[in-house]
Write a protein that binds this ligand. Structure first.
Ligand SMILES: Cc1cc2nc3c(=O)[nH]c(=O)nc-3n(C[C@H](O)[C@H](O)[C@H](O)COP(=O)(O)OP(=O)(O)OC[C@H]3O[C@@H](n4cnc5c(N)ncnc54)[C@H](O)[C@@H]3O)c2cc1C
Length: 530
């Protein structure tokens, strides 16, 4: 029999944005319920045990950086087990047996880069400074509600004025830099700064994470900057780290924080539709028929799920519907998670090295290497030589694997994005074989050390985790889908065409990664509207 419930706010989706929204609202005195379709919270930030109880893998996302320290503090996440082990730089081994290492320590990084190019070593110091200055401008914009550009309404013009005031520190030269960063390809930018293909190759990786674009596509320079905007707290701007318990450790801590604040979190609770009366959201109905009444509903699931499946078309203006229908949500990403019986040993660094095994291991030898992999997928073929970003969180976190054994997380690109709807399992497994072969080439014995493997492609991401099209950020971070256009022009303020229905998924401004920024903004919007 259908059951009725009543809350001030119902949140659809128990990913990190849903949980942060719920926790922050509960702190402000609202009664809140989170409804999650899967049998576990976390969404794309989840830890799983696909190989049995001995191993835990961070199934999809794997490093944290962009989550604001204020969210961590306000929800008191450390009290619930939130802990982050800082990542130790980047290690980029090559098939010729050499390796380029980007140490966290600036002096060591300079010395290492000088082995390849003294000019690049010097340029890196200036680059960090340059990017840091641009980060100081763009970072705060991530926490600004985008104004309704083009609107002549007095309130919107005031918002625009406030934005201009915020940017008053920009001079002519800086505006040029920002324009360039937003519109260039990463390759154009990096080739102007650095000369050695290996430096460019390792630096280019941040520009293509989760993109359906190679480093030579315009707009990828922004993606590079987006990945550098984080703040781990303690002044470690842009640093990335491995959360204890995998990314599921972050969302489990969020769930506990929510429950301690009185939030009701329901899993295996798939929302079937948002109930709308007289143009206003009045609650939701679950697939099992249960109904939840609420004055405020917040969706944190992919916008094409929320607005094309959960809300009846008649409640949405055609312009908004068209924007959601044409929303680009491709990335051709594959996650390969393996359990191994020993740590990989790299030809370029024998034995255990905390700077190597405790860092991110990057398989990208040049920008051309990355671009070729994308061009394969753009032509409808999985990449012959896939790019991969590896990490071994069990080096820090011994709860993830038995003594002596480890879990290796491999984030890889690209396969055709069309595999989200038309999967090709044999070709996906063959792609994973090529990723593993690429690791084998720099760490002989890796293949033989594998005990289990899990391969998640665009189809699994869409079907099992709600990442439509397989895009890891609920929508591409392309210029046409950023700021006032994320997720639709005129609706970037976390409100939707339906009164009382709000949107705070990664497809809103500040989203794309485990940032919690959409959640912070939607809470402000809800409180302001009361
Ligand atoms: C392979 C991969 C690697 C990544 N790596 C990183 C990384 O290292 N660092 C980083 O910061 N980010 C990373 N990301 C991106 C990041 O994980 C996501 O942007 C972020 O987790 C999305 O959070 P969210 O809360 O907005 O949405 P989600 O986590 O997608 O949560 C939405 C939730 O809504 C639920 N849902 C959907 N439909 C319904 C319904 N009808 N009823 C109820 N619930 C519903 C879904 O099950 C899901 O749990 C990665 C993503 C992927 C896929």
């Amino acid at each position: 029999m259908a059951v009725a419930h009543r809350f001030d706010v119902v949140v659809i989706g128990g990913g990190h944005n849903g949980l942060v929204t719920a926790g922050l609202l509960a702190k402000r005195g609202f009664s809140v319920c989170v409804l999650e379709k899967r049998d576990v919270v976390g969404g794309a930030a989840v830890t799983e045990a696909p190989f049995g109880p001995d191993f835990k893998v961070t199934a999809l996302s794997y490093v944290v950086s962009l989550l604001p320290p204020s969210v961590v503090r306000e929800l008191e996440l450390p009290r619930f087990g939130y802990e982050v082990f800082p990542q130790h730089g980047y290690f980029a081994p090559a098939a010729d047996g050499s390796a380029l290492q980007l140490f966290s320590d600036p002096a060591k990084r300079h010395a290492e880069l000088s082995r390849f190019s003294r000019a690049d070593a010097d340029a890196m110091v200036r680059w960090d400074d340059w990017l840091g200055q641009l980060g100081a401008i763009l970072g705060p914009l991530l926490t600004t509600v985008p104004p309704k550009l083009g609107s002549k309404a007095p309130g919107d013009l005031l918002d625009l004025g406030a934005l201009a005031w915020r940017l008053k520190g920009l001079d002519v030269e800086r505006v040029g830099d920002v324009t360039r960063l937003l519109s260039s390809s990463a390759a154009d930018l990096l080739e102007d700064w650095f000369e050695h293909p290996r430096t460019r190759g390792v630096m280019g990786v941040s520009s293509i994470i989760g993109t359906w674009a190679g480093p030579r596509s315009p707009g990828t320079a922004y993606v590079l900057a987006h990945h550098k905007l984080g703040d781990l707290g303690g002044g470690q701007g842009g640093a990335w780290g491995f959360p204890k318990g995998g990314m599921g450790g972050v969302t489990q801590a969020m769930r506990q924080a929510c429950e301690a604040l009185g939030v009701v979190v329901k899993t295996s609770a798939a929302v079937a539709n948002v109930r709308v009366k007289d143009g206003r959201a009045v609650g939701v109905a679950l697939e099992n028929g249960d109904e939840f009444d609420a004055d405020t509903v917040v969706t944190t699931c992919h916008p094409q799920l929320a607005f094309l499946k959960l809300v009846e078309k008649q409640h949405l203006p055609p312009r908004f519907l068209r924007a959601i229908e044409t929303w680009k949500s491709r990335s051709g990403t594959v996650k390969v998670n393996v359990a191994v019986d020993r740590l990989p040993e790299f030809s370029a660094r024998r034995g255990f090295d905390p700077e190597v095994h405790g860092g991110t291991i990057v398989l990208s030898e040049s920008l051309d290497d990355l671009e070729r992999a994308f061009q394969d997928a753009a032509a409808g073929r999985p990449a012959t030589t896939p790019f991969a970003d590896l990490c071994i969180p069990s080096v820090f976190d011994r709860t993830l694997a038995p003594a002596g054994k480890h879990v290796v997380s491999m984030f890889t690109q690209w396969v055709p994005h069309t595999w989200a709807k038309q999967p090709d399992r044999p070709a996906l497994e063959a792609f994973a074989d090529r990723v593993i072969a690429r690791v084998e080439a720099v760490a002989p014995g890796f293949t033989a050390s594998i005990l289990h493997r899990q391969v998640l492609g665009p189809h699994e991401m869409e079907r099992d985790y709600g990442l439509v099209g397989g895009n890891i950020f609920h929508g591409e971070l392309s210029l046409s889908q950023l700021f006032h256009a994320r997720p639709a022009v005129g609706f970037a303020d976390f409100r939707t065409p339906v009164r009382g229905l709000y949107h705070a998924s990664s497809a809103t401004h500040g989203g794309g990664g485990v940032t919690g920024l959409p959640a912070m903004q939607v809470v402000r919007a809800i409180v302001d509207d009361r």
